[in-house]
Write a protein that binds this ligand. Structure first.
Ligand SMILES: Cc1cc2nc3c(=O)[nH]c(=O)nc-3n(C[C@H](O)[C@H](O)[C@H](O)COP(=O)(O)OP(=O)(O)OC[C@H]3O[C@@H](n4cnc5c(N)ncnc54)[C@H](O)[C@@H]3O)c2cc1C
Ligand code: FES
Length: 281
């Protein structure tokens, strides 16, 4: 049986700078690591420490794993100093995953903020594996400035699928930027509140939709409010709850929120699950 505590030695195979403080690393673990979209891993930088991250690569690929990481502190700074050929440890996967069977034939709205698009990328790539199963996949992404946009070269490729659209916004006007300006909730304004089912000539029906959200806590709060206002049921909204985690295994209690261990009951949780907490995000 697999020992989930044991970090698997993983060699850094590729390093791609996304922005000034966000980098995508491709790791090649000594043993394949299987995960489902939404699950996370603990990454160890030897001699420094470990931190939780959600893979950003396609879950169908187990020989390598990509993780997109923002430099914020100890582990992420140490990782940024590492080079191709260096070794880290990866243990996991942990936590729950998106139940993709529930997404069949639905409008899927994916809302990311900043590096929050990274965990959603593995979901997006998993959905693309069977893209025809979904009515529409609508990706709404907000970054601080044009230079803070991650996967800038992949976004136009994603839009080539007939039932996929990608909308971007940046927080404030920026020289040369001709797209939308404003926080990511401005990209939700066009989601119509429709109550009639089976309206095929309209792009979107809320009652046949799910929303998957990942980003900084303040963004989750306002996106949650906006989606509820648009008529989403709290059971249709999935948040990535990236709260304080340590062991990742339900042992240390760092991640507890009421009766939930976010590392085991999450990190993907519905707005319905977290609604009773005063400040869930
Ligand atoms: C389930 C889960 C999935 C995650 N997935 C990703 C991912 O895919 N990509 C990614 O970049 N991060 C992700 N994170 C966040 C990541 O775990 C933290 O950024 C990381 O633990 C920071 O470790 P560190 O040692 O570098 O920083 P630390 O030394 O622990 O922290 C340094 C300082 O940075 C602050 N800080 C910590 N995290 C953040 C943050 N996210 N944003 C802003 N300030 C912060 C701390 O409050 C502290 O002041 C995820 C977290 C969880 C729980
Ligand atoms: S992170 Fe230790 S119990 Fe959840």
């Amino acid at each position: 049986m697999k020992n989930l505590y044991r970090p698997i030695e993983s060699v850094i195979e590729d390093i791609k700078k996304e922005t000034h403080n966000i980098t995508t690393y491709r790791f090649r673990p000594k043993e394949p690591i299987s995960f489902k979209a939404g699950q996370f891993v603990e990454l160890t930088v030897p001699g420094v420490g470990e931190a939780p991250f959600t893979p950003s690569s396609n879950p169908a690929v187990t020989e390598t794993m990509e993780i997109t990481i923002m430099r914020v502190g100890c582990v992420t700074e140490a990782l940024e100093k590492m080079k191709v050929g260096d070794t880290v440890g990866i243990r996991g996967p942990y936590g729950n995953a998106y139940n993709l069977e529930d997404f069949d034939d639905k409008n899927i709205v994916i809302v990311g903020g900043g590096v929050g698009l990274a965990p959603l990328r593995s979901l997006i790539l998993a959905l693309f594996e069977n893209v025809e199963k979904y009515k529409r996949i609508s990706i709404r992404y907000g970054a601080r400035t044009p230079m803070d946009i991650v996967y800038a070269d992949a976004l136009p490729e994603w839009e080539k699928y007939p039932n996929v659209d990608v909308h971007l916004t940046i927080d404030e006007p920026y020289p040369g930027w001709q797209g939308t300006v404003g926080v990511v909730t401005v990209l939700l304004e066009d989601l119509p509140l429709l109550t009639t089912a089976n309206v095929d000539d309209l792009p979107f029906t809320v009652e046949n939709a799910v929303a998957c959200v990942c980003g900084p806590p303040i963004m989750l709060k306002f996106v949650n409010m906006a989606l509820l206002e648009k008529g989403f049921d709290p059971n249709q909204i999935y948040h990535s709850m990236e709260r304080n985690m340590s062991c990742g295994l339900g042992k240390c209690g760092h991640c507890m929120m009421g009766e939930y261990y976010i590392c085991k009951d999450g990190a993907v949780m519905t707005a319905a699950q977290v609604a009773k907490f005063e400040d869930p995000f």
